[in-house]
Design a protein around this ligand. Structure first.
Ligand code: TYD
Length: 334
């Protein structure tokens, strides 16, 4: 078996590739990654020399790069390649439309032409938009409210349209907020942990009462693999951690884990524009395939803090250059 994984140098894609290498000895992996700011070869340093793994630098919006990565053929494409950060999408939406919609389109065209037997689109619970109460199920309406989530919803809709029109063997997963090792330090948890390690303040948006459902990256990777192997073609599967927490609760835990106080280290800043208050999904369809998250949240969070403490050499180089320019632009005026 040969799988084409796109965006495999990113946070969730690299966890998925590490899982495949460890647990699927018959699978060869081609990783097509454009190496944008959030990609990092260090995420796969442990398997880079494995004979079952091959890396190709290229963009999913480029049909020639996609064709080269497919080569003689693959048994599945798993698309992790995406622009993913809501705040960046508010500052600069265009790259999101390009990668998350047009990139998906390029892959779907390859799927159609090459008759690849399976395609999995890695999506997000953010496509359902703000969920005031209850839980989104896979057939709930899509009400994305940020340029990021609108782009991801656009990708999902292309995938579903290709199913309806060309009867292609597609699957969609919609994961909840993911945390764990190797996450680029712009997202809530790694940003706050690395700031706190450095004795810097953390910028909490608005009242901090927004709710996210936290999922450990290894559980997320395993959920995607379960859907790839056992999912019903044409179906969508929510993959939620089952750990709803307010940002305030997360912040308090991170402060405690890093030995810092709320008064001295939390900077209350202006809320994100169009900030979704709450995400909540039901994962019973994925549960019916036999998947369950296994990492207990408080232990997973402690282990994540410990990982960032022990791996400064991984994240410290990232918090310079381009990141500082972004940080300034995003937070200086708030
Ligand atoms: P984030 O990690 O950006 O994920 P998403 O927006 O995709 O859910 O943010 C998680 C939550 O944390 C979200 O409600 C916004 C909030 N947040 C802050 O309060 N301050 C920050 O600096 C960041 C990055 C996020």
């Amino acid at each position: 078996m040969r799988y084409l994984v796109t965006g495999g140098l990113g946070f969730i894609g690299s966890a998925f590739i590490r899982l495949l290498v460890a647990e699927r000895p018959k699978v060869e992996i081609v990783n097509l990654d454009a190496m944008t700011y959030a990609a990092n070869p260090a995420n796969l340093a442990s398997i880079a020399e494995n004979p079952r793994y091959r890396f190709i630098k290229g963009d999913i919006t480029d049909p020639a790069a996609v064709a080269a990565a497919i080569g003689e053929g693959v048994d599945a494409i798993v698309n992790f390649a995406a622009e993913t950060h809501v705040d960046r999408s508010i500052l600069d939406p265009e790259a999101f439309l390009r990668t998350d919609i047009l990139g998906t389109h390029t892959l779907l065209e390859a799927l159609r032409e090459r008759r690849i037997p399976r395609y999995l689109q890695v999506s997000t619970d953010e496509v359902y938009g703000d969920v005031e109460s209850g839980e989104s199920i896979e057939s709930s309406p899509l009400r994305p409210r940020s340029p990021y989530s609108a782009s991801k919803a656009g990708g999902d809709l292309q995938v579903l349209a290709y199913r309806a029109t060309y009867n292609l063997p597609i699957l969609v997963t919609r994961g909840s907020n993911t945390y764990g090792p190797y996450q680029y330090p712009e997202k809530l948890i790694p940003l706050f942990v690395t700031n706190l390690i450095d004795d810097a303040s953390v910028p909490l948006y608005g009242d901090g009462q927004q709710v996210r459902d936290w999922l450990h990256v290894e559980d997320h990777a395993r959920g995607i693999l379960t859907v790839l192997e056992r999912g019903e073609p044409g179906e969508i599967y929510n993959i939620g951690g089952g750990n709803p927490r307010t940002n305030l609760e997360i912040t308090r835990r991170l402060l405690a884990g890093c030995g810092r106080s709320f008064e001295s280290h939390v900077r209350h800043v202006a809320d994100r524009e169009g900030h979704d208050r709450r995400y909540a999904i039901s994962s019973s369809k994925a549960h019916a395939l036999g998947w369950r998250p296994t990492v207990e949240f408080e232990r997973g969070l402690e282990a994540t803090i410990a990982w960032y403490r022990e791996n400064e050499s991984w994240w410290r180089p990232l918090k310079s250059g381009e990141f500082l320019a972004y940080y300034q632009r995003q937070y200086a005026h708030r």
